[in-house]
Ligand binder design. Sequence first.
Ligand code: R2B
Ligand code: URA
Length: 309
Amino acid sequence: METRAIQNGHKFSSDVMPLPNPHLVQMETDILYHIAIATNTHDLPSLFGDVKFVCIGGQPSRMSRFAAMVSRELGDPLPEGQTPQNYAAGTDRYAIYKTGPVLAVSHGIGFASLSVILHEIFKLLYHSRCKDVKIIRVGTSGGLGIKPGTVVITKECVNGMLNNYYEMPVLGKLVRRQAVPDVDFVNDLKRFADKMCCSFPTVTGKTLSVEDFYEGQGRLDGAICDYTQDEKTAFLKRLSGIGVVNIEMESLLLTALCHKAGISCATVCVTLVDRLEEDQLTNSRETMVEWQSRPLTLVTGYIKHKLGL
Ligand code: R2B
Ligand code: URA
């Protein structure tokens, strides 16, 4: 396999975590623009070479809290009053925190924002020569017929047309990427949740993953809506009928890109509302903050367990 020296003395290697892009090995340097990290300014193998888990979630503040939780649980708590170091501090697009072998990364909302950070995180792992990495989205969602506060581990995701692939135009043609889940990983997470974790309910099920929070999720409370209450109810019932238990905006793309790149991934989201009951998120902020910590608790416990701690 080809390895090539680059400016700072490290090697680009195609034998560790190969990525499906033949052009990468030709590059002298690679600038990961949206996280303000580059191969000629950062010693990536030393900084990130030990990473085994990448946990991604929408908000930088939640991922910072998650990084602090992981530090505590892995036995290396941050000094009182100190917040985790943001490795992407050179930009305010995304935030990246690191605790031992665990990266915590924010991805913003939706496919476009997730896509950019996933490309750059995959390349960060590749340039860092990481091996056997797992990516886990820890997020929020709307539930369908399950009690708000329930945590859903996605076992399959479908797009807004109820197909299990992600499509986007590339060079003027629609490219279809199958969202093939890592079933073993899903089952392992569920076994852990059932046996060793947690005081809250956790289920596995199908996830509807779409481009929009309002019309795309069949809400009646957006600024624009061209359908009736009955049409909305019929669609949500149809979803429920095919086994959809929650709705969010990233799992489809995550699953499709990870499958394409040969990286193991899973999605663990708490539900904040039962969409068969209401559209608006009416629970108190405090309640929702507690619910949002549930995927973090489950995944932190799982990582600790996997690391034998
Ligand atoms: C869940 O929550 C966000 C929208 O409020 C979005 O990122 C998602 O998937
Ligand atoms: N996130 C979503 O995408 N939908 C919801 O209903 C709640 C959170």
